[in-house]
Ligand binder design. Structure first.
Ligand SMILES: *[C@@H]1O[C@H](CO)[C@@H](O)[C@H](O)[C@H]1NC(C)=O
Length: 89
């Protein structure tokens, strides 16, 4: 089970964290982030079990919290074209 904010809005170019709560994720289990752009299929952005990982596709980074219960997808300089539905799983 995961939980995300239903809606996030930011001014173009302002960094934003898209957070995801997953209190029951076990340590070896992966968290995945997908995004769904208008008129496109879902795109897998990144998968990680722990730590942090660069995500070139969005000029950003995924960080999994130390206890593994939450994660944040950081978009350093979001553009209009990054407006999408972001899913964690
Ligand atoms: C975004 O999330 C990361 C990881 O949790 C955190 O280190 C960082 O401070 C957050 N940045 C902002 C601006 O909230």
């Amino acid at each position: 089970q995961v939980q995300q904010d239903p809606f996030l809005e930011i001014t173009e170019g302002t960094g934003i964290n898209i957070t995801c709560s997953h209190p029951q994720k076990l340590s070896g289990y992966y968290i995945h982030y997908y995004r769904l752009l208008p008129d496109r299929g879902p795109e897998l952005l990144v998968s990680a079990a722990s730590g942090s990982k660069d995500v070139p596709a969005i000029a950003g980074k995924l960080s999994v919290s130390e206890d593994g219960r939450s994660s944040a997808l950081w978009l350093a300089g979001p553009r209009r074209g990054d407006a999408a539905v972001y899913y964690c799983a």
